[in-house]
Write a protein that binds this ligand. Structure first.
Ligand code: SAH
Length: 282
């Protein structure tokens, strides 16, 4: 009898412990925008698999004992293929690890979070999802651009401007409607085409539009202009990734509502402000 009990205990000890994957949104950059749940999980992490959009300030919140695994994901410079990331998550969980899969913004908004969970589900790995503030919400807030406003926009579309092989299959007619805001993720490379198509499909060339680089961080830069000249002004300012494009009448409200960074309303307008945040009042 005793030996049966001992054998059971031994077997259960030999069985691989079950790990779990937490798919966690890191928000757009400012670490104060993390959810309480995300901050708690990072402080108690065992292994963290993260991509390039996660800010250094957020990474600093990871437990010193945790193994950190960078898997990249810069456009056209993927440091690890999606298939390999999926395999890595499965094998860490199978090894009994409590794995945090940390992604910029919200993991279910242009973050391939769904694909990663499908791979885990297929392998019977347990998971949880912790939402994050997606770039559209965080970046627009810190740029002083309300995404909806009863006087200007009753709808808001989030789309990806990532153009495959130079071609773009966005539904331009749907994007070029009045009284809505369009937020374009991954659109910097396609900016000239995006502005051209929106005008060609009916939006006035004078429609206010902005590009926000590294929103919510101390390096945030905003170029606001019109669809007609946004591309030229962004090139002039030399903005680089990550950038979010916001198109619609609500962009005009930034003149009054900017509160963060160098262009905050009421702040002395310096040379940089004038050069970067120009266009709407021309
Ligand atoms: N899952 C993320 C989006 C990943 S796609 C989210 O929910 O926010 C990556 C794109 O998000 C970038 O190319 C850029 O368009 C946008 N983005 C993310 N963080 C940003 C930031 N701090 N400032 C501006 N754009 C940002």
């Amino acid at each position: 009898m005793n030996s049966f009990v001992d054998m059971t205990a031994l077997l259960s000890r030999c069985r691989a412990p079950t790990g779990k994957v937490f798919l966690v949104g890191a928000g757009p950059g400012d670490p104060d925008l993390l959810t309480v749940r995300a901050a708690r999980l990072l402080a108690d992490a065992d292994a963290v698999v993260y991509d390039h959009l996660v800010s250094d300030e957020v990474l600093e919140l990871i437990s010193a004992d945790a193994e950190r695994i960078y898997v990249g994901k810069e456009r056209s410079n993927h440091s690890m293929a999606q298939r390999d990331i999926n395999t890595l998550l499965v094998s860490l969980a199978r090894a009994g690890r409590q794995v945090i899969r940390l992604k910029g913004g919200d993991p279910f908004v242009f973050g391939r979070g769904g694909e990663e969970l499908q791979a885990l589900a297929a392998e019977g790995i347990t998971f949880e999802v912790v939402p994050g503030i997606t770039a559209a919400c965080g970046v627009a807030s810190y740029a002083g651009i309300p995404l909806t406003h009863r006087d200007h926009a009753q709808a808001c579309l989030f789309v990806t401007g990532h153009l495959k092989d130079g071609s773009c299959d966005l539904d331009w007619s749907a994007l070029a409607r009045a009284r809505q805001t369009v937020v374009i993720y991954m659109g910097l490379g396609g900016l000239p085409e995006i502005c051209k198509q929106l005008i060609a499909h009916g939006l006035p060339a004078g429609t206010p539009a902005a590009v926000v680089q590294q929103g919510t961080t101390l390096d945030q830069r905003v170029v606001s202009a019109t669809l007609a000249d946004l591309d030229a002004r962004v090139a002039e300012a030399g903005l680089c990734s990550p950038c979010l494009i916001i198109v619609g009448e609500v962009v005009r409200l930034r003149d009054q509502l900017a509160w963060f960074g160098e262009c905050a309303a009421g702040a002395a307008t310096g040379v940089a402000d004038a050069a970067i945040d120009a266009g709407l009042n021309d």
